[in-house]
Design a protein around this ligand. Structure first.
Ligand code: DGI
Ligand code: FE
Ligand code: FE
Ligand code: FE
Length: 187
């Protein structure tokens, strides 16, 4: 599936704003893949479909996690997390993408996970720094992303978790575990 075909398939599932975000993630992900040596084709596909389930019915997604997915922990930490693992499932079963590297990059694009692959880091980071995103601290992450993939991921994780904590929201345990592991590796 080329980029044009993939975009055509995802478009009906997204709002105009979310579609523009997706185009930005594709651009950032292919750049980062080139810079850090991930497969550009896989990065493109994962980026196109990363928010495929963003507007799915939350109850439908909870049912899917309960009935079909191995990792039930996604049920217990904020409904915003559901679109990542459920998106991977729908992209496999509705779009027909079977590549586990691509599916895992979609599955973990919101929370991260310990032992992320370079491709997973690329998509996680692209989602955060794509040109359409504007928020505090993003320029620092964009600068880091020119040199050091892990340090940029650490910075993005830090920003996201502190954002959640300031709002008294739950933080997904694997997000903290991802942070801890990357810090450990830097020492
Ligand atoms: O789908 P996007 O908006 O492009 O970005 P995303 O997939 O990174 O989702 C961001 C949302 O997910 C945002 O509302 C914060 C939330 N989120 C990210 N990490 C965690 C989280 N929510 C909880 N409860 N715990 C997390 O660890
Ligand atoms: Fe997302
Ligand atoms: Fe994200
Ligand atoms: Fe996104």
């Amino acid at each position: 599936m080329n980029q044009e075909q993939a975009l055509k398939k995802v478009k009906p599932h997204l709002t105009e704003h979310r579609y523009k975000h997706t185009l930005g993630v594709v651009q950032s992900a292919t750049e980062l893949a080139h810079r850090f040596g991930a497969d550009r084709e896989k990065a493109m596909l994962a980026a196109v479909f990363h928010d495929y389930a963003k507007f799915r019915d939350k109850e439908e997604m909870k049912r899917l996690v309960r009935e079909k997915l191995n990792d039930k922990s996604f049920l217990n930490y904020g409904e915003e997390l559901l679109h990542a693992p459920c998106g991977a499932y729908y992209v496999e079963h509705e779009i027909g993408i079977t590549d586990d590297d691509v599916l895992n990059a979609i599955r973990y694009h919101t929370t991260g996970r310990p032992d992320m692959t370079v491709l997973e880091k690329v998509v996680f980071l692209a989602d955060y720094i794509e040109p359409g995103r504007h928020f505090k601290g993003i320029e620092e992450v964009r600068e880091l992303a020119k040199q050091d993939l892990d340090q940029a991921v650490i910075e993005a994780l830090k920003n996201t978790t502190s954002f959640l904590m300031r709002r008294n929201q739950l933080v997904f345990p694997d997000t903290i575990a991802t942070y801890n592991q990357l810090i450990e590796e830097k020492r």
